[in-house]
Design a protein around this ligand. Structure first.
Ligand code: NQM
Length: 376
């Protein structure tokens, strides 16, 4: 097990072969490892927030065109759910460093390009990390230190470059699952609010801040404590789940409700993202990509509010509460055909996680990077 930061998220990464094969037992092990359910996750590794209640499970891929498979598990501090339906681009940023740390990938040049499939949705990413030679030795290691900063994380690190193609319709059946670029959703009082429901890697419902009597620049704590807003967004989310072809999303972490406004800091568009019951201190990776896609697509609610640039290749800075998230797009005929972005990741620790024997009685192995532990 390695505890990794991936982008603005954090969590343990396991080799799939180190976890129980039985999914129900595996989920109980993950809950115990993270300390869920508990608001502080004091009895586990979780950090008491959805962004630090994430787990990565990595294995060699059976597909010829893919090097490594990644299953993302979203746990919640206060719940017993282990969701493996949605993507997480932030945890994805740590998959290749972990694959090298755990011996799944042996680097043979200064930069290592790996094709990763997120098995949750079938999303394929090409990820490049820096793997310089270790001074005085014949092998290579992941370089974590570097000059790349991402908003929402202190300091700088080595870049993790991620390229995506075919991100449309990750969980929803298509990019615009209602068939429309602009729809109306019923508010609790029966009136209507305009929305774009879109999924280019993450299902989102985009709403104008102005229509919710907001500016879009609100502090996350003010948004989170506005119970009328929170209830309204949850009402809309449940309706949107059905409209987007995803059924009852009551217990799901999607669609993310995303409040948008014109940019105020030189970016392309301003966002505040509910994921879906906590306000994101920045924005998710595939959420940012999906916002950038909407901002670049004429006819969506985001297009007229955005400064989405011109030309086939463009970078959109998605403004969020702790800065901006640059997303590179290739846009052809009003359609995003390719995207890329830069994240950073860091190995925080490697070792064994102990879970009660009553949950899983596995013998600890000698190599702590590769093992899961049970309580003696
Ligand atoms: O959208 C949080 C995160 C995410 C998901 C969330 C993510 C993405 O910031 O790709 O990264 O929206 O639950 O880690």
């Amino acid at each position: 097990m390695c505890l990794m930061r991936g982008g603005t998220s954090r969590g343990p990464f396991f080799l799939a072969s180190d976890l129980p094969a039985n999914i129900e037992t595996r989920n109980q092990v993950l809950l115990a490892a993270m300390g869920s359910p508990h608001p502080l996750q004091v009895d586990g590794l979780g950090g008491g927030h959805p962004l630090t209640s994430k787990v990565g499970i990595v294995s060699p891929s059976p597909l010829d065109e893919v090097d490594v498979d990644f299953e993302f598990a979203q746990l919640q501090p206060n719940e017993t759910s282990v969701q493996t339906t949605a993507n997480c681009g932030n945890m994805l940023s740590a998959v290749v460093p972990f694959a090298v740390e755990s011996g799944l990938i042996i680097p043979d040049s200064d930069s290592t390009e790996v094709t990763v499939r997120t098995t949750n949705t079938g999303l394929i990413a090409t990820i490049t990390i820096q793997t310089p030679r270790v001074p005085g030795r014949n092998d290579r290691a992941v370089r974590y230190e570097g000059a790349t900063a991402i908003d929402g994380v202190a300091g700088t690190s080595s870049p993790v470059s991620i390229m995506f193609v075919n991100t449309a319709g990750s969980i929803a059946p298509s990019l615009l699952p209602t068939g429309n670029r602009l729809d109306s959703l019923p508010l609790p009082d029966g009136s209507q609010i305009e929305a774009t429901m879109i999924d280019n890697g993450q299902p989102l419902v985009l709403l104008r801040a102005e229509d919710l009597r907001l500016s879009g620049s609100e502090e996350t704590t003010d948004l989170a404590s506005d119970s009328t807003l929170v209830n309204t967004l949850e009402h809309l989310r449940l309706v949107a789940g059905h409209r987007m072809g995803m059924g009852d999303v009551t217990d799901k972490s999607y669609p993310k409700m995303t409040i948008i406004a014109p940019p105020t800091d030189g970016g392309a568009i301003k966002t505040r993202s509910f994921i879906p019951h906590t306000v994101h201190p920045s924005i998710g990776v595939l959420a940012a990509l999906t916002v950038a896609t909407a901002a670049s697509t004429d006819g969506t609610i985001a297009f007229p509010l955005s400064d989405s640039g011109e030309g086939e290749l463009r970078t959109l800075d998605i403004e969020h509460p702790s800065g901006a998230f640059p997303v590179d797009l290739q846009v052809r005929d009003n359609e995003v055909i390719r995207s890329g972005l830069t994240r950073t990741a860091r190995l925080l620790m490697a070792g064994q996680v102990f879970v009660p024997r009553s949950i899983w009685n596995s013998p600890p192995t000698k190599n702590p990077t590769h093992s899961e532990g049970t309580q003696r």
